[in-house]
Design a protein around this ligand. Structure first.
Ligand code: FES
Length: 688
């Protein structure tokens, strides 16, 4: 019964609050409000995981004045802990400290109790924890001739006694079961620990039964998880403490499946043409994952046996090959997934070298061409959690597009092709040292200045040549291609229709004849790098495909503009939003509301690792996301034709024009934008 004369306690950062009688342990108050505070030792004051900070002051917004007197003085348990281990100034053990008055409690994000070096800085996002793995220290009575209960049963009885629930909700340890692999090791571990052990319990959501998946002698005060994004080009892995939420180590590697085919369609073809093709690619990706696991473990100086939970995301073909599923059906219409819902299984079933009881959670796929990576990026960026309309774009060979807000979310993929990755462009290359990534063209002289990856200086700055010599100037990467096309348009070298204007040759000898068309000489060094009419056309086709997909989703939403744009993925991190808008890659939007969000899929995988509520959230969200198949939409063609122009034949960009003076529109032919020039759907070839 709530008595509002009792002290009011506010937990930050969650903002959860409630009244509790004087003397209530802060840990209990947090639990009652559903605030997740870690506790491995069950309140014995030995694990240090339950640390909190009391915030003193007048919190007028919340109507609370909190002081040092609002919390009990440091007790014996805390003194003992602080003597043996370190307790930072201001930190208290919430299992020991009790409520004495109105109180504001902060749950610090960095509860580190081991002397482990965190080598990887977090990306700054706070992820509320509610992991699927819980460590529970327990003291078990020794066996007794008069009590015939088995060792597991007595362990369970003590767990029930000490821990009425492991995740603060209705999970009931009376239902506890045990993994078979532990049965054979249970008795030696109990005896080694002199009947004091730490149980690792897995409980993921209301539908699952709590299961003892690991057992350690004595107090075991750390558990780790892995969050992994399996991209078609690269695999990125994060090692995360499940008890503090800190990212301990990060590693990445090229996807070894590249040797079977550069893009995903060629990997599907490999499976179709080679009887053991699927097995070979599954083996290759799992071997790479095991190498990454051993790398992150050695970087963090931990045992792989301490890894108890793993989350994976990937595009549908990567998802299938990782799980050992033949991806052939994903290569042909109607692009049927073997399974679209989330998957829970044992890591050992996937040959992953971690704790034998470790679990794997694979996020759901959205559609046959919008994978678990897009689901994870959606979870990370949260269009479904906000009122603003957010456009989330992962630009790859097949762009994945999500548009929506809390009322409605829709998705599609668009066959952009590999032009943004440097393929199909005469001087294009992947992003690597020596690649041109930034371009500016003087509107008077049409002289360019460039910046290359690996060198901070612009080409007109002193010392550039010496520094650039280390790498050479080898080509133009995706962000450089977007900038050079945009600058060529802004300086009048190319027209609204994307045609290199031969008349400009009179103004600069950088415009050179190239058979019946013209090219622009971007760099004249040991090798000449030119942007040809064919290159411009390849970029127009790619950007028109992406824009048409976006426009189609905007039509479905019946909107003319979006509030925010987020670029996910490696390529998106380097795009300058202004130039992306100048070429009409994305719709008009306030420039300060367009952001690159890096590996959002990896962040989503981490959120699902650290908080099972996020697993339920994305499972529900994916069910509700409406899937649009661009190939079946009659309006796609018209949007595509309009989007061939720079920035667009019919769309206006008033927000962009507040900051960038766009050239007067030249009317003219858009050239060959007939059905035959429309890009064929290239399935799921995401860039990273
Ligand atoms: Fe372990 Fe408080 S719960 S020290």
């Amino acid at each position: 019964m709530i008595d509002d004369t009792d002290p009011l306690v506010l937990f930050m950062p969650s903002g959860k609050r409630g009244h509790f009688p004087v003397g209530t342990p802060i840990l209990d108050a947090g639990r009652e409000l559903g605030v997740y505070i870690e506790s491995v030792c069950g309140g014995r004051g030995i694990c240090g995981r339950c640390q909190i900070e009391n915030q003193s002051g007048n919190f007028a917004k919340h109507g609370i004045t909190s002081s040092q007197d609002s919390i009990s003085p440091v007790g014996a348990k805390e003194k003992r802990y602080a003597d043996k281990r370190e307790l930072k100034p201001g930190r208290r053990l919430s299992c020991s400290a009790t409520i004495q008055g109105d109180l504001v409690v902060d749950i610090p994000a960095d509860v580190q109790v081991n002397a482990q070096v965190v080598r990887k800085a977090d990306d700054g996002r706070h992820i509320d924890r509610n992991p699927a793995i819980h460590l529970c220290y327990v003291e078990v009575p020794e066996p007794d001739m008069h009590n015939p209960l088995g060792d597991f049963d007595r362990l369970k009885t003590e767990l029930v006694k000490d821990w009425d629930s492991v995740d603060g909700d209705s999970s009931n340890l009376e239902d506890l079961t045990i993994d078979h692999h532990l049965l054979t090791r249970l008795q030696p571990i109990l005896r080694k620990g002199k009947w004091k052990v730490t149980a690792a319990i897995h409980k993921d959501g209301g539908a699952t039964r709590p299961t003892l998946i690991g057992l350690y002698p004595g107090l075991h005060n750390e558990a780790y998880g892995i969050a992994c994004d399996i991209g078609s080009t690269t695999i990125a892995m994060h090692l995360v403490s499940l008890l503090s939420g800190a990212t301990i180590a990060t590693s990445g590697t090229s996807n070894p499946q590249i040797r079977f085919g550069e893009d995903l369609m060629s990997r599907v073809s490999w499976v179709m043409m080679n009887p053991d093709g699927r097995e070979a690619m599954t083996l290759a990706v799992r071997d790479a994952l095991n190498q990454l696991i051993s790398q992150v473990c050695s970087e963090a100086d931990i045992e792989a046996d301490d890894i108890l939970d793993m989350t994976f995301v990937g595009n549908p073909i990567m998802h299938h090959l990782f799980l050992g599923i033949d991806p052939t059906q994903l290569g042909v219409a109607p692009f049927a997934l073997a399974i679209s819902s989330s998957i829970q299984m044992f890591a050992c079933e996937l040959d992953l070298k971690v704790n034998p009881g470790a679990r794997v959670y694979v996020l759901p796929c959205i559609a046959g061409h919008v994978g678990a990576d897009a689901a994870a990026a959606t979870l990370a960026e949260g269009p479904h959690r906000q009122d603003d309309l957010m456009l989330l774009v992962d630009v790859g060979t097949n762009a994945e597009i999500v548009l929506g807000n809390r009322l409605r979310t829709i998705t599609a993929s668009s066959p952009t092709g590999p032009a943004f990755e440097g393929a199909e462009i005469s001087c294009g290359q992947r992003a690597a040292p020596g690649a041109i990534e930034r371009v500016r063209i003087d509107p008077e002289t049409l002289e360019p200045r460039i910046r290359i990856i690996g060198v901070e200086k612009w080409s007109n700055e002193e010392g550039f040549d010496e520094e650039a010599e280390k790498h050479g100037i080898t080509g133009v990467c995706g962000s450089g291609i977007i900038e050079v096309v945009a600058e060529m348009y802004l300086t009048g070298i190319i027209t609204h229709d994307g045609v290199i204007d031969g008349k400009m040759a009179a103004k600069s000898d950088r415009i050179i004849a190239n058979q019946r068309t013209w090219s622009y000489v971007l760099w004249n060094g040991t090798q000449q790098l030119t942007i040809s009419q064919t290159d411009i056309r390849a970029i127009q086709l790619a950007k028109a495909a992406l824009y048409a997909g976006i426009r189609l989703l905007m039509d479905k939403m019946q909107i003319k503009s979006v509030d925010q744009i987020r670029f996910a993925g490696a390529f998106g991190s380097f795009i300058d939003p202004k130039y992306a808008m100048v070429i009409g890659l994305i719709p008009d939007c306030e420039l300060d509301r367009v952001h690159a969000v890096g590996n959002a899929a990896g962040v989503g995988a981490k959120m699902a690792l650290l908080n099972q509520d996020h697993r339920r959230e994305i499972e529900e969200t994916v069910q509700k996301i409406e899937k649009i198949e661009t190939a079946l939409e009659p309006d796609f063609q018209q949007h595509f034709v309009n989007a061939m122009a720079l920035p667009n034949k019919v769309e206006l960009f008033p927000k962009l024009e507040k900051q960038v003076k766009l050239p007067d529109v030249n009317t003219g032919s858009l050239g060959d934008t007939t059905e035959s020039s429309r890009p064929k759907r290239r399935r799921r070839t995401r860039a990273n």
